[in-house]
Design a protein around this ligand. Structure first.
Ligand code: OXD
Ligand code: MN
Length: 583
């Protein structure tokens, strides 16, 4: 493989800093993947699963202190603090490089440095972008093979010699004390040291496709979003594409692969985590999924909650921090109704239901993951790799809210939709005492992923409408509203199809709605109820808009707006004032 001279010079310079014993350029081939797997089976990085029940599947156990993204160690290193904004951790570029340089200097001694040219997005798409990352982790290389398009395809997609995001990754010594995830948007560079966890180490994903992606998107006039993409097919066979943003661990993968409870309706999967959205020559939004695989949360994935993901991970999958059953299969909490009588937990220790009862020990880590090729998803959309992307007709924002937010409402227009996305929030689940139930504002589910000032990000969203000839309809969903009895009112999962149907019908201007203070809502009779016993009274409880609660809600929005003060677009202030007037 030949890379551009800029890339080669950068790789040489990085090797000069990290001092690997050898440098290997990856070609993305199956032979390369197989060699890496064999090597990791030999050195114990991977365990082979049952070749009959889980062909070509492997288990990786991470360092116990390296199991999730570490937001407190993640920085945006712009020249000025103001460009990173108040919602990001910021470090000056020189200080960041000096600090991480200490951990990276000589970090690859005795190790191989793999150079991975990768393409985010389908081959041949003008929306796709190249990255070149180096890493000393074979697990990262194998995972990148699944999650991105690796090799020549990435080099060929470069529009110029320096048209790539440069990523340096080293496991370092895996100590959280010497871990840093650094983004230098002005230099199109990422440095990540001290973690092998997907969100920190697979640099194409959160670091490139969202943090640097959002920076590039703003410069180039597109959107890099923390959104799933689905195609909803109606009984006439017409597909309406929707992108949806929900905070991490709120069921995005389940929605991306939803099974419909409505006959004749079905969901096609384009992506489960990230959408790159451009405006085409006709002023229509079109989206690609920059990824090639799914890095999903295993716990709570079951034949009941997500039969498609369950089928998808039966082959060619790398599992991380799940439990190992006695027949070399995998298990995690809620995967089956009955737990195995014995297995090895995510750290390799004996686990039984009795031990769990006594000590509270979990079999799988709560953030245990599967890494599987998207092509194996039974509902993968035939157009998921279309270089032109898919046309987006609706956007959904969703939070996890026990009260106040109805199951579904539609924003009045683009700017009220941007306001709705900008102010979305979720109740924190397992946080420290006193904070449970507190709403964390997570604008467009991008709080940990926006690579620049959040106020400028809202401004960019508002501005996008100027280039649109058709504005997609914007909706908010909340599957998690609870009744007076403390139980979820809405059954969720496959029944969410009823909500998707109303959204599609609204986008196609064939469903009715009622105007309220916060937006358009369906009446009971506007929804399809066949096959579900759900009364009008239950629906009213689910859809109730309490003015007093909403007044508090709007007061709460102000906290974020004050934080963003001089960068906040005036449209957001107007939208808030309009909402106050209507309430
Ligand atoms: C993810 C996340 O892993 O959002 O997708 O944290
Ligand atoms: Mn995510």
């Amino acid at each position: 493989m030949s890379a551009s001279s800029v890339a080669e010079r950068w790789v040489d310079g990085t090797a000069g800093m990290t001092r690997p014993s050898n440098v290997v350029w990856c070609d993305g081939s199956k032979q390369e993947y197989d060699r890496l797997i064999e090597q990791m089976l030999r050195d114990g990085t991977l365990l082979a699963l049952n070749a009959r029940t889980y062909p070509n599947c492997y288990l990786h156990r991470s360092h116990p202190s390296d199991v999730a993204r570490t937001e407190q160690l993640t920085f945006i290193c712009t020249r000025t603090r103001d460009d990173a904004g108040p919602t990001n951790n910021w470090m000056a570029p020189a200080e960041a490089k000096a600090k991480a340089g200490q951990y990276l200097n000589g970090a690859m001694r005795g190790r191989t440095m793999y150079v991975i040219p990768y393409l985010m997005g389908p081959a041949g798409s003008a929306m796709s972008r190249t990255g070149i990352m180096v890493t000393d982790s074979a697990y990262v290389v194998a995972s990148m093979h699944i999650m991105a398009r690796v090799g020549d395809v990435a080099i060929k997609a470069m529009r110029s010699d320096d048209d790539f995001i440069a990523g340096v990754h080293s496991l370092g010594d895996l100590s959280p004390e010497r871990r840093l995830i650094l983004h230098f948007p002005e230099e199109k560079t990422i440095w990540s040291v001290g973690s092998g966890y997907g969100g920190n180490a697979l640099l194409g994903k959160k670091c490139h496709a969202l943090r640097l992606g959002s920076w590039q998107a703003r410069q180039e006039g597109w959107l890099a979003e923390h959104m799933l993409i689905i195609g909803v097919e109606d009984p006439q066979g017409e597909i309406t594409y929707i992108a949806a943003a929900m905070p991490s661990a709120s069921g995005k993968t389940n929605l991306a692969m939803a099974v419909s409870s409505l006959p004749g309706w079905r969901v096609w999967t384009v992506g489960d985590d990230i959408a790159w959205i451009h405006v085409d020559a006709n002023g229509q939004l079109r989206a690609i999924n920059p990824e090639r695989g799914f890095f999903g949360v295993a716990p709570n994935t079951s034949p009941k909650t997500n039969p498609n993901a369950t089928a998808m991970v039966k082959s060619n999958t790398i599992f991380t921090n799940v439990a190992l059953t006695t027949d070399r299969g995998v298990w995690w909490e809620d995967m089956t109704d009955t737990p195995p009588s014995e297995c090895l937990d995510w750290r390799g220790k004996k686990w039984t239901p009795e031990i769990a009862k006594e000590t509270g020990a979990r079999a799988a880590h709560p953030n245990a993951r599967f890494t599987a090729p998207a092509s194996q998803c039974p509902t993968i959309d035939p157009a998921w790799e279309d270089p032109e992307g898919v046309p987006i007709s609706a956007l959904i924002f969703g939070g996890r809210r026990a009260s106040t937010l109805p199951l579904i409402y539609q924003a009045f227009n683009w700017s009220s939709g941007v306001y709705l996305g900008a102010t979305m929030g979720s109740e924190m689940t397992a946080a420290a005492a006193g904070t449970i139930g507190k709403v964390r504002r997570d604008p467009m589910a991008m709080l940990p992923f926006c690579g620049y000032h959040m106020g400028d990000y809202f401004r960019h969203w508002i501005k996008m409408q100027r280039s649109l000839s058709v504005s997609p309809r914007i909706f908010h969903v909340n599957w998690f509203r609870k009744g007076a009895d403390g139980k979820f009112i809405w059954p969720g999962y496959s029944e969410n199809m009823r909500v998707l149907k109303w959204i599609v019908d609204r986008a196609r201007v064939r469903a009715k709605a009622r105007e309220t203070a916060i937006g358009w809502v369906p009446e009971y009779s506007d929804m399809e109820w066949k096959g579900l016993d759900f009364s009008e009274a239950q629906f009213d409880e689910l859809q109730k808009i309490e003015r007093s609660a909403w007044k508090h809600e709007v007061i709460d929005h102000e906290e974020l707006f004050i934080e963003l003060h001089d960068h906040l677009p005036k449209e957001m202030v107007y939208e808030r004032e309009l909402l106050i007037c209507r309430l």
